[in-house]
Design a protein around this ligand. Sequence first.
Ligand SMILES: Nc1ncnc2c1ncn2[C@@H]1O[C@H](COP(=O)(O)OP(=O)(O)O)[C@@H](O)[C@H]1O
Ligand SMILES: [Mg+2]
Length: 467
Amino acid sequence: MNTKSIRFRLIAGYTGLITVVVLGFGIYTYMKVDNYLRLVLQQSLLRRAEAIATSLKTDIYRLGETGFAKQVQVRYTPEQNDRFIRMSERRQGVFYVSGQPIDRSFAASKVPLPGDWPSKPATFTVDAGGGSKLLLEVVKVNIPEHEYLVELGFSEKDNDRVLRGLLTTLLIGLPVVIVVAATGGSVLLQRTLRPVRDMIDKANEISHHELNARLPVHYTGDDLERLSITLNQMISRLEESLQNSRRFTSDASHELRTPLTIIRGELEQLLARKDIPDSIGDRVASLLEETDRLIGIAEGLLTLSRLDAGEALRENVHADLGELATTTAEQMSLLAEEKAIELTCLRHTSAEVKGDRSRLKQIIVNLLDNAIKYTPQHGKIRIEVRAEKRHAYLEVIDSGIGIPKEDLIRIFDRFHRADSVRSTAIHGAGLGLSIVRSICTAHGGRAYAENVADGGCKFVVELPLAD
Ligand SMILES: Nc1ncnc2c1ncn2[C@@H]1O[C@H](COP(=O)(O)OP(=O)(O)O)[C@@H](O)[C@H]1O
Ligand SMILES: [Mg+2]
């Protein structure tokens, strides 16, 4: 779990807050209910105690203490009602105490006698065995020459039971509320963040493909809307500047080509003249070579800018990669022969692909050109074509100088040439492989290079088979 994520922090914060609120509410409710139950019990005890006190005032002369005690016993039957009643006279002491209650919630004999007799009705909570407390209401009755005390009690057991029930409900309810809140919050957040995920997905697509797509805008009227609009404006500016740079490359290479071709023609004419000394002829030949390189660069750049502009698939036809490889190899066999290189072409299976024939041929030309260029005299070059599962594979394997490990990926970048070849007399602009990669990508495939065990390297082109 990522504890730094916004999602985690939001849910944790929000669940924590809910926990505190629910816990506070639970404690408050518990205390309120506790108070309320006690108050209700206390009031009912007070009412009865005062009723006994009133009848004591009127009946004690007539009935005497024993007679009055009997009357209370008959009228209130405290044992049946689980109540405690005790009556005392200041000098004589206790003259009546109720018996054991039916529910055994307290032991009547164990209820302690009060030390001081309160002048006003008072409530005490006393321990009287049986596990629970006894709520005791004490009322003093003054009549001439006598002072009586009426005590009426009731166990708090029922209240405790209600409170225990409430506590259980709260203890079960609290985790449930927290789990529901956390889950609900997570689902809500998931939904709220969906527009952000949409934007991420779309942004990924845009970076992998073309810049003409835009992020979805959710008109929420808040930061999310502003974010998507701002990002879209940024992509627009990027697209514009990319187009500008492509246009510049395309225009520049196009403009360079014509004067370079003219220079080349002039140099060729000059070289053909018999009346110039050899020393100058050599220089002219060298100039001609450099001009050829410049033309190569201009053409490479023009091709790349056209590929960038989406011109890689001017036609979309079926082409047999094996046949294309064989004819191209034949056409380039002279170059190989000049270096006494053995060039073979193996077609394992037929490999039909769909695309632009001339561009596909360009892939093979560029790879073969490199293989011949970077393989010394008497070397070997093998082209293999096969189909496997859903892809056609074209491999160009040579016995040449190989590629340093750190350059294996970068050689497909524009103008990148391995350091090992820069220092040699083998010329090149470093654009051939980037053209290969552009064409492969446009055809839904890829190209990569690896070194082979006994020296040399292998270039693999993987293209989807035509269905
Ligand atoms: N068959 C090969 N053997 C060894 N190195 C190669 C081979 N093909 C390409 N390379 C390396 O990849 C670099 C880029 O190739 P490429 O784009 O065709 O440019 P260029 O051929 O103009 O140098 C080359 O400069 C070279 O370092
Ligand atoms: Mg090349």
